[in-house]
Design a protein around this ligand. Structure first.
Ligand code: MG
Length: 256
């Protein structure tokens, strides 16, 4: 069942979303060759604490996971698509030319927002730059495709068209989702869909939209840590995410 949010709840999520975007920007500034992923997680935790918020992913346990997620931030490097664990064994070192997805769930006054950005480490090659830019464009186009009375499928259609335009793979088996009271709520927000399909976009709907593109395969594999998803062919992947609300005035990005 979709849990629609009240205007007051969306007001809170808007406030939380602003803090959220600010934290992601601050953590992104720390990214450079030589830094370890657990340092990024530590820094995110410090900022979350200072803002009086709670990390929504820390201790979160999906129904199919054997252990709770051990970090506040997901840090996914290169072929890692999502849910990379930054503090496993002291973390991983970032190298020049890598791309890193930072994915954060933030609880503010009891309500959760979800957002992610992909950040280059130093100078990246042209193909990688194109992948990152196209994935960001897909998120923007997915949001632009939303209107009151439209459908969730309109978003996936716009994302799919963007992938086709640049000939990148859309990662299969991972999708956007409702968000707010819980990290993952209904509805599914697929990155591959047809216009007019799925639930109606109506007032109070709050969803996380998260296109994930790869340079190669769409197929995914979960690593033995139980969380990290990678592309099966180890091709690079990029990921961007915003929490977006339908209000009586139309579409609003909450995590900007
Ligand atoms: Mg998400």
């Amino acid at each position: 069942m979709i849990k629609y949010k009240t205007e007051e709840e969306i007001d809170i999520m808007r406030e939380g979303g602003k803090i959220h975007a600010q934290i992601l920007r601050e953590v992104a500034k720390k990214i450079k060759a030589g830094i370890k992923t657990d340092a990024l997680n530590d820094y995110a935790e410090k900022l979350i604490d200072e803002a009086g918020c709670v990390a929504s992913f820390l201790g979160y346990q999906p129904y199919d996971a054997k252990k709770p997620y051990p970090a506040s931030l997901c840090v996914s490097i290169n072929e890692e698509i999502v849910h990379g664990i930054p503090n496993d064994g002291g973390g991983k070192i970032l190298f020049e030319g890598d791309i890193v997805s930072l994915d954060l769930g933030l609880t503010y006054k009891g309500l959760i927002t979800d957002a992610a950005i992909t950040v280059p480490v130093g100078k990246i090659n042209k193909e990688t730059e194109d992948l990152v830019r196209a994935t960001k464009e897909a998120l923007d186009r997915g949001i632009v495709a939303m209107r009151l009375g439209g459908h969730v499928g309109d978003i996936g259609d716009a994302i799919m068209q963007t992938a086709m335009k640049y000939d990148f793979g859309i990662i299969e088996g991972l999708s956007g989702h409702g968000v707010g009271y819980d990290v993952h709520e209904e509805p599914f927000v697929p990155n591959r869909a047809n216009r007019g399909e799925g639930p109606e976009l109506k007032e109070g709907l709050v969803i996380a939209i998260e296109p994930m593109f790869s340079l190669g395969s769409r197929d995914i594999k979960k690593l033995s840590d139980g969380y990290t998803f990678v592309t099966r062919d180890k091709s690079l992947s990029a990921h961007f995410e915003h929490t977006v609300a339908m209000t009586k005035n139309g579409v609003e990005i909450l995590t900007k």
